[in-house]
Design a protein around this ligand. Structure first.
Ligand code: MLT
Length: 251
């Protein structure tokens, strides 16, 4: 039986129960999921996603001093009193190796919380899209791409990334049903402007999320997040421990 592929253009456009039995892939290219991939690739022990800033502070104080870092943003900028903002480049091994990162961002971590009902919750961005496709190809059941969006609005970069991963699934030769209209939109967007770095960069810069970052003086992060396949890891949110760690294929 073919596996259905759904692209949810915003987290509010599905009910959490719709994801039961499927694999969710949460995407927030600018920048939460790109940053989480950087953090784990740099040796962070895990990332704990929190919807609210106060909750993140409460979770962080429960860990022994020196083992935890608070990261995230509001309005794109580092939260007062947090150790790190939401720029991928801040999460280098010198700062994060061996550390537990408690993170709260405006859209990305909230999208993860909404996706928690899926059988598996994977974390993807352009920088790990081939690895994410490879992992999905080894899985079973429906695939649900959850685009985080920006402040309740659809953002092109998340849709572009979903389209790129969906395209790779098709190329991998598996039996995937991509007839869902939003999936077709995402595939068309990727075909039109995702396969060329400069075009993709232009899309990211012109999107709502990209414009917000440039307004905050954080435009250099966009080029970092636009580079496809820099990393071969796929983070996964484990519901029982509520930690994001590097995933492995499951038998
Ligand atoms: C978010 O989760 O809202 C984003 O990652 C925003 C940002 O780029 O900082």
């Amino acid at each position: 039986m073919s596996r259905q592929v759904f692209v949810h253009l915003l987290p509010v456009l599905f009910e959490p129960a719709d994801l039961q039995g499927g694999v969710a892939v949460v995407i927030d290219v600018l920048r939460a999921t790109s940053t989480i991939i950087h953090a784990l690739a740099a040796g962070a022990e895990c990332v704990v996603p929190c919807g609210e800033i106060d909750e993140a502070r409460r979770v962080a104080v429960q860990s022994p001093a020196g083992t935890v870092l608070l990261g995230g943003e509001r309005g794109g900028l580092k939260v007062s009193g947090f150790d790190l903002g939401n720029s991928p480049v801040e999460y280098d091994s010198g700062k994060v190796r061996g550390k537990r990162i408690v993170m709260s961002t405006t859209n990305g971590t909230r999208a993860m919380i909404r996706a928690r009902g899926a059988r598996r919750v994977l974390i993807a961005a352009l920088i790990n899209s081939a690895a994410a496709a490879q992992m999905l190809a080894c899985e079973s059941g429906p695939v649900h791409f959850v685009c985080a969006g920006t402040d309740g609005h659809i953002t092109l970069e998340d849709v572009l990334c979903a389209g790129g991963i969906a395209r790779r699934l098709g190329l991998a030769g598996g039996d995937f049903d991509t007839n869902d209209d939003a999936t077709q939109l995402a595939l068309n967007l990727y075909e039109t402007c995702g396969r060329d770095y400069d075009l993709a960069l232009h899309v990211l810069r012109s999107s709502r999320g990209g414009r917000n970052l440039m307004d905050c003086g954080l435009g250099s992060d966009i080029a970092v997040c636009a580079k496809e396949n820099r990393f071969a890891i796929v983070p996964e949110l484990f519901g029982d421990s509520w930690e994001i760690r590097i995933a492995g294929n499951r038998p």
